[in-house]
Design a protein around this ligand. Structure first.
Ligand SMILES: NC(=O)C1=CN([C@@H]2O[C@H](COP(=O)(O)OP(=O)(O)OC[C@H]3O[C@@H](n4cnc5c(N)ncnc54)[C@H](O)[C@@H]3O)[C@@H](O)[C@H]2O)[C@@H](O)CC1
Ligand SMILES: [K+]
Length: 479
């Protein structure tokens, strides 16, 4: 599991280490890790032109000490000071002693220094930052050459470390070297995109795992959660997932949802609705019926919503069931907050940003710029588990850390891919996973399947469904 911790927890852990250890030890460790990463990126340190953007806090101190190390190895290092009178004194002295030079960020030549650098180190602000870059910092960042390497210290300046929100301008890094623990803002868009590749440097902080606010499943975690049929499993014991989706006019959503459900580990898929002919033509193994879902026979979980149109009756019938229910697409519009809250069995809602925005009564942009608060807010309002789809898919329940999916790919933004995900996650629910696990494992496999299917090119939703077994095998191999 990859865990991320909030700024308050990191600061508390830092205080504990500082109380025990010698003054400045943490910053030296951080700077050593940062310098090593910069050296590796550069390949050849000797003679390399490096600019440090140095703010008023300890983030600038890290940059200065790392700069001193690189200057000691023959790099030409210049520190550009954004708050000269409040610069970290020890770091500045170390840089000067190692042969580095210093310019005031308000001098005209500062932009030229930045523009000529092969590597730019962003030590403007770290976890103490508030809001976007201020004007002078933004101007200097804009001067960075297109082919220069940008390394952010701890977090890209301008990115909120706790949430990934970006209010105004922020540094776009190739690599972010973060200290002691991952911060949520490095794993959630838009912050994640600004961070580039994230490298974690161990500086000896001890963080209690109970304090994590965000977690990302890794291969081994997913492998441990995948349902495994035993020798005695028959199709009913493995779970039956019911799919209520599609319409006679738009059967595609039903077909794609069933395609996902068939690959999700349940023993059988029951389709209920008017697109039965299309479903059977494509997947003859599906059990189909046309009446109301409550009369269709026993299932261990329902998926309702993709392509459902305005069929509120079937939606209500499913929501009244006493088994886990996944609600997606049109179902989200039709399901009332009160009905969902009143359910006793688990509910998993799977909106994309637009659908989440409609449920929250805000704009899509607001959801996309503050994904963490949006997913938490929805989970709270509906008393349900919520999977917010997008460039970084998040899964939140009322309690426990939010899960962030690490396997997404932009190619997944394709028509019908959400229908495949809802079938897949619903199937995992039927196989016995709880709503959080079903959502997170479903998103993980779905992203991995898309990568398999795509190999760098466009994919269709059906390709994603077809690649799920390969993704599943991939994960299993690490078992
Ligand atoms: N907490 C830890 O465990 C460790 C922290 N270290 C470093 O220390 C950093 C935190 O240091 P600080 O607490 O001094 O805080 P920062 O260096 O992140 O920044 C705080 C300063 O920036 C100013 N500021 C806030 N927002 C600004 C903005 N948008 N534009 C310009 N200035 C702004 C504040 O007024 C304050 O003076 C970490 O990010 C990390 O780089 C490391 O040295 C080692 C360990
Ligand atoms: K920074």
């Amino acid at each position: 599991m990859r865990n991320a911790y909030g700024v308050e927890s990191v600061r508390a852990a830092e205080r504990e280490v500082m109380a025990r250890g010698p003054e400045g030890a943490l910053m030296r460790r951080a700077a050593a890790g940062l310098a090593a990463e910069c050296a590796q990126l550069l390949g050849k340190v000797y003679g390399a032109r490096i600019a440090l953007l140095v703010g008023s806090g300890d983030n600038g101190g890290d940059a200065l000490y790392a700069g001193a190390k690189l200057a000691g190895r023959g790099a030409g290092v210049t520190a550009v000071l954004l708050a000269p009178e409040r610069t970290h004194a020890g770091g500045l002295a170390a840089l000067r002693a190692a042969g580095g030079t210093v310019v005031d960020g308000s001098e005209d030549r500062a932009e030229g220094v930045v523009a000529r650098a092969r590597l730019v180190v962003d030590g403007i602000v770290g976890i103490g930052g508030r809001g976007g870059l201020r004007e002078r910092a933004a101007r200097l960042v804009a001067a960075v050459a297109g082919d220069a390497l940008v390394v952010a210290v701890d977090v890209p300046s301008g990115v909120d470390a706790d949430t990934g929100e970006v209010h105004g301008e922020a540094v776009r890094a190739d690599v972010t070297v973060t200290f002691g623990a991952y911060k949520p803002g490095l794993l959630i868009d838009p912050g994640r995109e600004y961070a580039g590749a994230v490298r974690l440097v161990d500086i000896g902080l001890e963080l209690a795992s109970g304090e994590r606010v965000l977690e990302a499943l890794q291969y081994a975690d997913v492998a441990g959660l995948l349902p495994r049929p035993s020798g005695e499993s028959d199709k009913y014991r493995r779970g039956v997932v019911g799919v209520v989706a599609g319409s006679a006019r738009y059967p595609g959503a039903a077909v794609l949802c069933v395609a996902g459900a068939l690959r999700g580990g349940a023993g059988a898929v029951r389709y209920v609705g008017p697109a039965a002919d299309a479903v059977i033509a494509r997947f003859p193994e599906t059990l189909v019926s046309a009446g109301p879902p409550s009369k269709a026979g026993r299932v261990q979980a329902w998926v309702v919503g993709p392509g459902l149109g305005d069929d509120g009756e079937r939606l209500r019938d499913v929501v009244a069931a006493d088994v886990p229910v996944l609600i997606d697409a049109d179902g989200l519009r039709l399901a009332g907050e009160r009905e969902v809250r009143a359910r006793r069995a688990p509910t998993l809602l799977t909106p994309h940003a637009g659908e989440a925005a409609a449920l929250l009564g805000v704009s899509r942009e607001e959801v996309e710029s503050a994904r963490l608060s949006a997913v938490r807010e929805l989970a709270g309002r509906y008393g349900a588990t919520v999977l917010l789809k997008g460039s970084t898919t998040l899964v939140a329940s009322g309690e426990g850390p939010v899960r962030v999916n690490p396997t997404g790919t932009p190619w997944l933004a394709t028509a019908g891919s959400g229908d495949v995900l809802s079938g897949l996650a619903g199937s995992l629910l039927a196989a016995g996973l709880d709503a959080r696990d079903a959502g997170a494992v479903g998103a993980y496999l779905h992203g991995l399947a898309a990568r398999h299917a795509s190999s760098g090119g466009p994919v269709a939703a059906q390709d994603v469904a077809d690649a799920i077994p390969a993704a599943w095998r991939d994960v299993r191999r690490t078992d």
